[in-house]
Design a protein around this ligand. Structure first.
Ligand code: SF4
Length: 549
């Protein structure tokens, strides 16, 4: 501290000692914690208020301090209701893993799979149902209405949920929607669009997407309803849930019937046993299951994986090509940094620094594309959409690995995502950021290890390590926008994935003490215990401590 400042502060403190604020601790500690407020937050704010007053040369009574602390306390959030037990996404871990690649890797507009891809799939689904109403009902329809609840309402504005919901309602699907259409909804929010229902068409606009109650007795934090109305009369209504990673369910949902997998597994232990007993890789086990569950040929599975690889490479390239002074949409006014980081990293003196800088830049590039609402790939979610593409791009475009190796890495990564979904969650609204970036990093570690021909134990160890070191990570996006901390966090997720692979491939694999299944259980338990304020509500953490000017 500057000496002059130091002395003047001491002087003011001494002057303030006319009524020495430290003489009686009664005046320093508030007597009672007011009912209904968080004790720790209240005490911190009360103490900060008292200290600030002393530094400014004032004395402040405990009563005044209490009033000030209360006035600046964040709105208390009521705990989220527990997830309804009958949701399919809650019935974790029952039976073998049956998820398939096309359900998991989804191309769609950012910035959040649960807040954009899920809602767009929901309204698109509803539109298909509505067109099947009897002709006499369709003839009476006057309005389509979407109501958003819970986290969709609390943070939907920052994610552009209303634009995604409207885009689905007017017949767009996430994988093929033109991001320019979504941008135009942002730039010209008053536009109306005709929706064809039977012989008539109904005009819809963003006014038909309603941000409804943020708290309530919902089956899932991301609940929404969609209706066809005739005046006040409801002709058709469906309640939906966007359950994470772009997956959706609805009231009365039953999962589609699937064929049994060739190699049934519920745990990594069982998956690895199939691989080791049959002398094949984890990737080959997943390939065989994809073929048996979905009834696809090997060529069809790889064609889909290629489509996803190409989309990942495209999202990194597109992000890197953005101008260095580009500013992302939203109130944070966050400058894009991917191109700058990449360019400067290339000038680094040491190869290792270059590598880390470039990998970070690839993740920043894809994640910034997500922040722009452009097309990204859920791996497992939109918020984490920078992690896997960074490794895919690095392995294919920089290391020039054989494409088949990367394809197999993508299959092994699926196994990690499937297991996390099966036993824990991929949704930040359920489990915080550990469920998004943590799972993405773990998938990326498995991808890298597989692409480098690591044995199954090393693949498991790398994935375990990456997930382990994200446990407990909260979701607290500033201003509800998937930008801070999300964009840089993708870079860290990518670098941690590489680190996990580096450790796993250099350690003695059999001495790795924590198995992947144990860490997934820890992910599930930590998700359950995490304070609901840290689950994508923007009511705590960075969302509170960062002030936007
Ligand atoms: S903090 Fe993590 S989980 Fe939350 S929106 Fe950002 S990336 Fe997603």
């Amino acid at each position: 501290m500057n000496k002059a400042l130091d002395r003047s502060l001491i002087k003011r403190l001494l002057e303030a000692d006319c009524e020495d604020p430290l003489a009686s601790t009664d005046q320093l500690t508030s007597q009672e914690i007011p009912p209904g407020v968080d004790r720790r937050t209240f005490l911190m704010r009360s103490a900060v208020g008292g200290a600030a007053a002393v530094m400014m040369g004032h004395s402040i009574s405990a009563q005044e301090r209490t009033a000030k602390a209360l006035a600046t306390l964040p709105q208390a959030s009521s705990p989220k209701p527990p997830l309804a037990a009958d949701l399919n996404v809650v019935k974790k871990g029952q039976g073998p893993v049956l998820t398939t690649a096309d359900e998991f890797y989804k191309v769609g507009p950012g910035p959040s799979s649960s807040h954009t891809i899920g809602p767009m799939r929901i309204t698109y689904d509803f539109y298909q149902r509505a067109t099947k109403l009897p002709a006499d009902k369709l003839a009476r329809a006057t309005k389509l209405q979407v109501n958003l609840f819970g986290s969709l309402s609390a943070t939907g504005k920052g994610h552009g949920t209303e634009r995604a919901a409207l885009a689905g309602l007017v017949g767009n699907e996430p994988a093929t929607v033109d991001p320019k259409f979504l941008d135009s909804l942002r730039d010209k929010p008053d536009q109306t669009f005709p929706v064809k229902l039977g012989d008539k068409s109904i005009n819809v606009s963003l006014k038909d997407i309603i941000y409804d109650a943020t708290k309530g007795d919902f089956k899932h934090p991301n609940t929404m309803t969609v209706k066809v109305l005739a005046g006040d009369e409801v002709l058709l209504e469906q309640e939906y849930y966007s359950v994470g990673g772009g997956f959706i369910e609805w009231k009365g949902y039953t999962p589609p019937k699937k064929n049994p997998p060739k190699y049934p597994f519920r745990l990594m232990k069982e998956l690895r046993a199939h691989a080791d007993n049959n002398k094949i890789s984890i990737a080959k086990v997943i390939l065989a299951n994809e073929m048996s569950i979905a009834g696809r040929t090997e060529a069809e599975v790889y064609a889909f994986i290629d489509k996803i690889i190409n989309a990942m490479v495209a999202t990194v390239k597109s992000g890197l090509s953005m101008p260095e002074d580009d500013v992302l949409p939203g109130p944070i006014k966050l400058h894009s940094k991917a191109a700058t980081v990449y360019k400067r990293a290339m000038d680094d003196r040491y190869a290792a620094d270059k590598g880390i800088g470039a990998l970070s830049a690839f993740a920043l590039a894809a994640s910034e594309e997500n922040g722009r609402g452009h097309l990204v790939i859920t791996a497992p979610t939109g918020g984490s959409a920078g992690v896997m593409p960074a490794l895919v791009y690095g392995l294919l475009e920089i290391r020039k690995l054989d494409r088949q190796k990367v394809r197999e890495g993508m299959l092994a990564a699926l196994a990690i995502g499937y297991l996390c979904k099966h036993h824990a969650t991929l949704s930040a609204a359920e489990g915080g950021c550990q469920a998004e970036i943590g799972v993405a990093s773990s998938m990326a570690a498995a991808l890298t290890a597989t692409a480098y021909d690591a044995e199954s134990r090393v693949v498991e160890n790398a994935a375990e390590s990456a997930l382990e070191h994200h446990l407990g990570m909260t979701c607290d996006p500033v201003a509800g926008y998937v930008q801070v901390p999300c964009i840089e966090r993708c870079a860290f997720g990518a670098v941690k994935a590489w680190t996990a692979y580096a450790i796993a491939s250099n350690e003695i694999a059999s001495r790795h003490r924590v198995d992947f299944d144990a860490t997934v259980m820890a992910l599930a338990e930590t998700a359950k215990d995490m304070n609901s304020k840290y689950k994508e509500t923007s009511e705590a953490g960075l969302a509170l401590s960062v002030t936007l000017c």
